[in-house]
Design a protein around this ligand. Structure first.
Ligand code: ADQ
Length: 448
């Protein structure tokens, strides 16, 4: 059996390996269960630039998976990760070209670090390995490997959206990047829109269309177990007691401008303003751990949210009621699952999102007798599969307000009917089907 080689910017830390905390590690858990695997990427450590020729490789074997890491220098971390990946590609792929701060120097570091990854990985490759590269940090890795003579099948999956070519081409390097993607045996994206945009980009560059759709999902059965166990958890009960019978609205997102958090707070404010009957009678819990805290845009966003939550609490709060409980600490997954199950409504309103796993986790966690209502942005990759959610335009505060009112006054039978139609899709498209379908396509192309 061929060895599976996963390559991602970050290799999960030891604690993530014990209990994967969402995203990539959970999604890949099934693919990594069988046979021999290698997971290669950055260790998360930075070293002085002067030591770049003596960087240490990390290696750890956990059951059938060998984890192999390299360190990055401070300037590689800055140019490759902070500036080009997160300061240019992330906003651009989320349709926010205006937030992109481009510099040719960062672009050079991005391509150099991809070459570095290729050189280090090549040393460990075997002739029959199957390689699967993850996400936008590593677009050119396939080409860099081919340049070193690697002929193994190489797949690529993009977890975030891919914008229309008219936007993408605002990146000076866009055509070069598109051409590099031809090195991949299979090129996977989340949605039909992403595939259309990427394939149109290939057409505009006069190269073969390669993008195929592989929507990602969660592991719903294990999430249900966590949600059911969570009901009896001391902290979940603490939250329940503090509600004193009031309905709970929940939001769970990394702190990121793609998640539409200021817009969501404005939607909640419009809800309190236009539907005064809910004042003092609902609780909105927003859990938003800080990510990328040393990037300027993220610092500004944090300040904006702190101010907006403070202003809404000051304006509408009462001696015995705080309208928004806003938490910037990460919360363990079993607690999150328990919180979702308690919540009468979830606000998942990104301005743009590759898929959005929180929407699927919320549906999976519900009690079928008394399910809550999902309020979901049209611009989440999950929206086309989840039309029985209350779909909203996240830019329209009044639409969010209307949806909140509708969710909190919806009859139990309508909630059950909507949830009953949402549930099958969460079980149909899962982390397991995503990994299996991708690997089948990669094997198919390889033997074609
Ligand atoms: P993310 O942008 O990270 O992922 P998302 O799909 O919502 O977004 O996944 C976040 C994960 O982190 C979820 O499993 C969630 O439960 C967890 N999480 C969020 N807040 C948390 C908190 N406070 N404490 C603990 N856990 C928390 C990227 C793309 C998405 C795409 C995924 C997978 O941006 O669009 O769905 O990859 O491909």
């Amino acid at each position: 059996m061929a060895r599976l080689v996963i390559v991602s910017n970050r290799v999960p830390s030891s604690s993530d390996r014990q209990q994967p905390a969402g995203g990539l590690a959970v999604a890949l858990r099934d693919a990594l269960k069988q046979g021999e695997c290698l997971w290669f990427g950055w260790s998360g450590r930075q070293i002085d630039d002067a030591n770049k020729d003596n960087r240490k490789a990390g290696a750890e074997q956990v059951r059938n998976v060998a984890y192999s890491t390299i360190d990055l220098t401070h300037s590689e971390f800055d140019g490759f990760y902070q500036k080009y990946s997160n300061g240019i590609l992330w906003p651009l792929c989320h349709y926010r070209a205006g937030l992109m701060s481009y510099s040719r120097k960062d672009q050079e570091v991005y391509w150099e670090v991809n070459q570095l990854f290729a050189r280090e990985l090549k040393k460990q490759l075997r002739p029959d390995d199957i390689i699967w590269v993850q996400d936008y940090h590593l677009f050119p890795l396939g080409q860099a490997l081919r340049g070193l003579g690697v002929t193994n099948p190489i797949g690529f999956f993009l977890h975030i959206p891919f914008p229309p070519w008219s936007l993408m081409k605002s990146l000076p390097d866009a055509e070069h990047l598109m051409r590099s993607m031809q090195a991949y045996t299979v090129m996977g994206v989340q949605t039909e829109d992403d595939a259309r945009n990427m394939n149109d980009g290939f057409v505009q560059c006069n190269i073969a269309q390669k993008a195929q759709v592989f929507p990602i999902g969660i592991d719903p059965d294990s999430f249900v177990q966590q949600a059911e166990a969570g009901e009896h958890d001391f902290d979940v009960q603490r939250l329940q007691i503090s509600l004193r019978g009031r309905p709970l609205i929940i939001g769970v997102d990394r702190l990121d401008y793609s998640k539409g958090l200021p817009e969501r707070f404005h939607g909640y404010e419009a809800f309190l303003k236009r539907f005064p009957e809910h004042r003092g009678k609902v609780m909105y819990l927003q859990i938003t751990p800080v990510s990328r805290g040393n990037v300027e845009e993220y610092r500004l966003l944090k300040r904006q949210l702190d101010e907006t939550a403070g202003r809404i609490n000051g304006m509408y709060g009462d001696f015995d009621w705080t309208p928004i409980r806003y938490i910037t600490q990460p919360v363990p997954r079993h607690l999150l699952a328990g919180f979702y199950r308690l919540a009468d409504a979830a606000l998942v309103t990104p301005l743009r999102d590759g898929m959005n796993l929180v929407a699927k986790e919320y549906v999976a966690a519900q009690d079928e007798e008394d399910p809550g209502v999902l309020i979901l942005s049209h611009f989440a990759g999950a929206a086309p599969e989840m039309e029985d959610a209350l779909l909203v335009n996240p830019h329209d505060a009044d639409e969010i307000a209307d949806a909140l009112h509708k969710a909190l006054t919806m009859t139990q039978s309508e909630r059950q009917a909507r949830w009953g139609r949402l549930k099958p899709d969460v079980w149909r498209v899962t982390a397991q089907t995503w990994a299996r379908d991708f690997m089948t396509a990669l094997a198919g192309e390889t033997h074609a």
